[in-house]
Design a protein around this ligand. Structure first.
Ligand code: NAD
Length: 350
């Protein structure tokens, strides 16, 4: 089996590659990434990508047949990966996340790949009061990021067939320790704040709902989607990946961190504007289709591993929301310093 993982040099990618290596000894794993965050390592003893069979430093917008030669499975993670970046780079988000993804999927099919796995997002449900949203619920993508994900799903669906099984995994907010840790994700932010300053500041009134998933469980779901047959869920499947009982209110996440770490103050802003992003998600379809690949990592374990990982780094940055742990900050900085062009192309430097 030959697997191409795009966007493998980010937060989730190294864990996905490790999962494939462990599950399929002898498989060929290639990565393709522009490397925007390649330098943002956290606790890695070596560049994670040296363990792969090949790494292509390439922009997803330029991909051609060469990257897809002999590839059986495409796992497509490359993206402008959150709402704040989507807001700052709206047109680029459409170009990279939507148009380049559709192009990649077409190319993958033409080149004979058998599986295409797309990292979508539960944020396509937007602000959703009331019952938990399932795959038949109305979509309400509020941001350029969420729109890019749903536009891609719609435009790739027609490519699927019995020989080209496509899965769009609608992931909740990710959490957990990684060799390229991000702190612009709610649980990671809370644990980092607790480690650095013993104080968690919630930017909302704490009531919004958010489902969570540990990155190891995302890798487990990607493994499932990379090998499932069309008989399980259809040639094209968009599915929410998580556990229904792992929908949390933001204030409960802060309390869980406090419960795990003791002596931590939690500050809620009762006067905050209502958070536009609040939704509960129903994951029963995933449970029915992939009972052997259900998320396994409980919240407390994720918090513990994040804490241990941060402490091992000697993490004490109380101003981390303004640091290279934030994807937007890194991209904006590279642009301001002229290392990346306006349209996020590397410039020669050195
Ligand atoms: N982290 C989450 O909470 C979460 C939740 C749901 C879905 N997802 C999706 O999972 C995927 C991976 O997320 P992540 O948290 O690892 O994000 P990340 O930002 O850490 O990694 C994204 C990777 O994509 C690469 N990339 C971006 N634009 C590119 C381009 N034009 N060409 C080539 N490579 C490019 C970046 O260099 C980076 O290595 C994304 O598609 C994201 O939307 C993430």
């Amino acid at each position: 089996m030959k697997i191409l993982v795009t966007g493998n040099m980010g937060y989730i990618g190294p864990t996905v590659a490790a999962r494939f290596s462990a599950a399929y000894p002898g498989c060929v794993i290639e990565g393709l990434d522009a490397g925007f965050f390649g330098h943002c390592l956290t606790g890695a003893r070596a560049l994670p990508e040296v363990a792969l069979d090949k790494e292509r430093f390439e922009d997803i917008r330029d991909v051609d047949e060469r990257a897809l030669e002999g590839v059986d499975v495409v796992v497509h993670l490359a993206a402008i990966s959150n709402d704040p970046m989507g807001k700052a780079f709206e047109e680029l988000t459409a170009e990279i996340n939507h148009r380049a993804s559709v192009r990649l999927a077409k190319l993958a099919k033409e080149c004979g790949a058998r599986h295409f796995v797309f990292a979508s997002s539960c944020s396509v449900y937007g602000y959703a009061e009331g019952a938990a949203r399932d795959e038949h619920s109305e979509l309400n993508p509020l941001t350029a990021y969420a729109k890019s994900k749903i536009n891609t799903e719609k435009d790739i669906e027609g490519l699927a067939g019995d020989d080209f099984v496509m899965t769009s995994l609608r992931f909740p907010t990710a959490c957990g320790m990684s060799q390229r840790l991000r702190l612009d994700l709610v649980l990671n932010d809370f644990v980092a704040a607790a480690v650095a300053s013993r104080k968690i500041t919630i930017l909302s009134d704490g009531t919004p709902w958010r489902p969570l998933i540990d990155i190891k469980d995302m890798a487990r779901a990607i493994d499932w989607a990379s090998t499932r047959g069309a008989a399980t869920g259809g040639a094209f499947l968009a599915v929410n990946v998580g556990r229904t009982e792992w929908n949390y209110q933001i204030k409960d996440l802060a309390e869980a961190v406090k419960g795990e770490m003791g002596d931590v103050e939690v500050e809620i802003n009762p006067h905050a504007q209502p958070d536009k992003r609040s939704y509960r998600v129903d994951f029963s379809l995933y449970k029915a289709l992939a009972p052997d690949y259900l998320p396994q990592v409980p919240l407390q374990q994720t918090i513990r591993e994040l804490r241990q990982g941060l402490e091992a780094l000697g993490f004490n940055n109380t101003d981390f929301r303004n640091s290279d742990y934030m994807r937007l900050k890194v991209l904006s900085g590279l642009r301001e310093d002229g290392l990346l062009s306006e349209d996020l192309r590397w410039q020669r430097y050195g």
